[in-house]
Design a protein around this ligand. Structure first.
Ligand SMILES: Cc1ncc(COP(=O)(O)O)c(C=O)c1O
Length: 386
């Protein structure tokens, strides 16, 4: 049996895959089993910040792999400690808990907020999340996700999540005013929700509500983080001061890692035994992430803005384009042609793009070359115009 047959026979049918088997890659260029080359504008859903098989990252990973691949969290390892230090230095946060995915990073954020509430003894445990948000696939992060479609089939869910509509002025204020809330959890740009940056009026309301009701701010940077939007983390565009930041996807450069960064107020909340993970802080993943994070510098972030401006300048005003949303290299394009058709036609012509709800979503590697980007965008333009 070939890969596609084996896959459909033995892998749980949770994904509708594209008709493409990827066998290798370099940077933003991927090679299919058919020998065809594809320009990648998806980065494995915002993961491969420096594209496929990046040699500096490979060297960091293989060096650690040759030393020791896993130790458990019962012992010290330097990649884990150094990565935590770098994350704190770059964000001003105070402590880090490592896990293996975005959902787990959010689980840690939620547990931390709940324990903070319990420790203070004022009976506050409700967490406000946003309508149309996405926070992961575990039962708790599904409960945190403010989209009904994710809630069918999997109940009952844990209590204590309430959903505010960021597009209705005063909704957050009303919910916070009902009392019992300990935190607000947001994505700076709702990714799976359709690439929607939060409205400026909502950010102002958020600031006021947090202050008035003394709430913790949890920012889910799983998709927006690690340079994707042209700042290290998306919240940095808004001048917000989160108490907890969660990150995953791009941090590991392609290896599984998640992290919850804990600010001053919650730095001491997690105590021995209160949380844990067998693989969290794995030295190979951390060595890779340390390499990735140390290379997200001002020059790279500037280039993200420039590439974003190029894409926007090429697509804005085209008859087949209704709107473009997003920041940096996280863009959602509303097309006249159904997104599904655009994605299939791009694939046919050697360009990989994604969807987000009804939009075509672009999340290219941050180091995609100008030539690759030019070529991919010109194919995308052709496809959109058809
Ligand atoms: C904002 C956000 N949070 C959490 C997650 C879940 O991350 P993971 O799939 O690594 O568990 C995702 C995944 O798309 C995401 O976009």
């Amino acid at each position: 049996m070939d890969t596609k047959q084996l896959d459909s026979e033995y892998i749980a049918s949770t994904y509708t895959r594209f008709p493409l088997e990827i066998i290798k890659g370099k940077g933003a260029l991927l090679t299919g089993a058919d020998g065809k080359e594809y320009i990648d504008l998806g980065s494995g859903i915002a993961v491969n910040i420096f594209g496929a098989a990046d040699s500096e990252w490979q060297a960091a990973v293989t060096k650690q792999l040759s030393a020791v691949q896993h130790t458990s969290n019962l012992y010290y390892t330097s990649p884990c400690a150094e990565l935590a230090e770098l994350l704190c230095r770059k964000t001003g946060m105070k402590k880090v808990f490592f896990s293996n995915s975005g959902a787990e990073a959010n689980e840690c954020a939620i547990k931390t907020a709940r324990k903070f509430g319990n420790d203070e003894g004022r009976g506050r445990n409700r967490i406000i999340t946003l309508k149309n948000s996405f926070h992961g696939r575990t039962i708790v992060t599904l409960a945190a996700t403010g989209q009904e479609t994710f809630h069918t089939d999997f109940g009952p869910f844990p209590e204590g999540f309430v959903y505010a509509d960021p597009c209705i002025e005063g909704d957050l204020t009303k919910i916070a005013g009902e009392g019992g809330c300990i935190a607000v959890m947001i994505e700076p740009i709702q990714g799976e929700g359709g690439v929607n940056p939060l409205p400026a009026a909502f950010i102002e309301e958020l600031r006021a509500v947090i202050e008035k009701y003394d709430l913790l701010l949890i920012v889910d940077e799983v998709q927006t983080g690690n340079g994707r939007t042209g700042k290290l983390y998306g919240y940095m565009h808004y001048g917000l001061q989160p108490d907890i930041v969660t990150t995953a996807k791009g941090l590991g450069g392609g290896l599984p890692i998640g992290a919850a960064l804990l600010g001053e107020r919650v730095a001491q909340v997690l105590t021995p035994g209160s949380h844990g993970s067998t693989f969290g802080g794995n030295p190979v993943c951390c060595a890779g992430a340390l390499n990735i994070l140390s290379r997200i510098d001002e020059k790279l972030l500037l280039s993200v803005g420039e590439k974003s401006a190029y894409i926007r300048s090429q697509l804005t005003g085209l008859p087949g384009v209704k709107s473009i949303a997003g920041i940096g290299l996280m863009l959602g394009i509303e097309t006249v042609r159904p997104a599904k058709e655009v994605i299939a036609a791009c694939l046919e012509r050697g360009v990989l793009v994604l969807s987000a709800k009804t939009k075509v979503r672009l999340l290219p590697p941050l180091n995609i070359t100008e030539d690759q980007l030019k070529k991919a965008v010109s194919i995308l333009k052709e496809v959109i115009a058809e």
